[in-house]
Design a protein around this ligand. Structure first.
Ligand code: TRP
Length: 319
């Protein structure tokens, strides 16, 4: 059974685009693969969150993924910082990661541009940590979006480099797993500008309140309104129809007041997820049980790999 590893950004607030573009597929993967999903809280330190924010964000993300249907009995869901084997492997991989190749990655260049006063070494070695995340479980597959393809390519490079350097086959070379194809739906933003994204400000979060959903949908297009306008504003109205296709039942599509209908259908869709998020966030006992079990399973797998790696490198016990 192939092993799948995926890191989840620890900033929370999953939106409809995340759900239909990625999370839904994650949840299907847990049935057929040996899956490890983790919250990448070490990675989040590159932007220097406050201790309180760091903790709250991890909790929220954990609750959101669980509410969406990641099943801790099927998948291993864990918090990255609970697995000290990851930073150890990261340290070891860093010795064979070169300044030139790290500086050339687009994500580094983008981040360096976005935060010119905080171009720290963690930002530079972000792909090395990501490689450690992946190969510590000897992953075969990594579900990634377009923006992470280059980072995954680096992980493949570091895995290959280790194998070649020591003439071993310790690490499988992880392959990207893309969901493009059959069921993939690109969720448009409310502003008609293409993709729904958190930073674009055109998203509806799964945890969003019904009032806020109504407001956002009503403001979604600036023309005078519903369906009779769709000849004049095809690209904008089309976005609303695409959203409807995922949240509405087929017979409701294209009837009545489009925006009103869409808002209510989104609310119907998100309400069970939202209430579940709220319940889980409050349930400290459940969260701690999930995190503890996840950490245990992840560490069992990680320490096995790390022991092998230490031995190969030449760290052999004197005692
Ligand atoms: N870099 C990924 C992102 O920004 C998150 C991530 C960290 C990740 N480690 C990973 C994804 C390992 C896949 C595998 O979304």
């Amino acid at each position: 059974m192939p092993t799948v590893v995926s890191g989840i950004r620890s900033t929370g607030n999953l939106h409809l685009g995340n759900y239909f573009g990625a999370v839904k597929n994650f949840i299907e993967m847990q049935n057929e693969h040996n899956t490890y999903f983790f919250i990448a809280d070490f990675h989040s330190l590159t932007t220097h969150p406050t201790p309180a924010d760091l903790h709250i964000n991890v909790k929220q993300v954990m609750a959101e993924y669980l509410a969406c249907g990641i099943d801790p009995d099927k998948a291993t869901i864990f918090v990255q910082s609970d697995v000290p084997e990851i930073p150890e492997l990261y340290l070891l991989l860093n010795m064979n990661a070169y300044l030139g190749e790290l500086e050339r990655t687009t994500s580094f260049k983008d981040k360096a541009r976005q935060q010119p006063d905080n171009v720290n070494a963690g930002l530079l070695t972000y792909p090395v940590l990501m490689a450690a995340d992946i190969i510590i479980h000897k992953a075969n597959l990594v579900p990634v979006g377009k923006d992470q393809e280059q980072n995954l390519e680096m992980a493949r490079t570091f895995a290959r480099r280790f194998n070649r350097m020591y003439n071993v086959e310790t690490f499988p070379i992880p392959r990207p797993y893309t969901f493009e194809g059959k069921d993939m739906v690109k969720i448009p933003g409310l502003d008609g500008s293409g993709k729904m994204g958190k930073s674009e400000g055109n998203a509806i979060a799964l945890a969003e309140s019904p009032e806020s959903i109504r407001k956002k949908v009503m403001r979604a297009v600036t023309d005078t309104g519903p369906t009779e306008d769709n000849q004049q504003k095809p690209e904008v109205i089309k976005n609303l129809f695409t959203l409807m296709e995922v949240v509405s039942t087929p017979d409701t599509v294209a009837h009545g007041d489009l925006k009103k209908q869409l808002a209510e259908d989104i609310i119907t869709f998100t309400t069970p997820i939202r209430t579940s998020i709220e319940d889980i966030v409050k349930d400290e006992e459940y969260l701690s049980k999930v995190a503890r079990n996840g950490a245990e399973k992840a560490r069992a797998s990680a320490s096995k790999t790390l022991q092998e790696v230490r031995e190969i490198i030449g760290f052999r016990k004197f005692y």
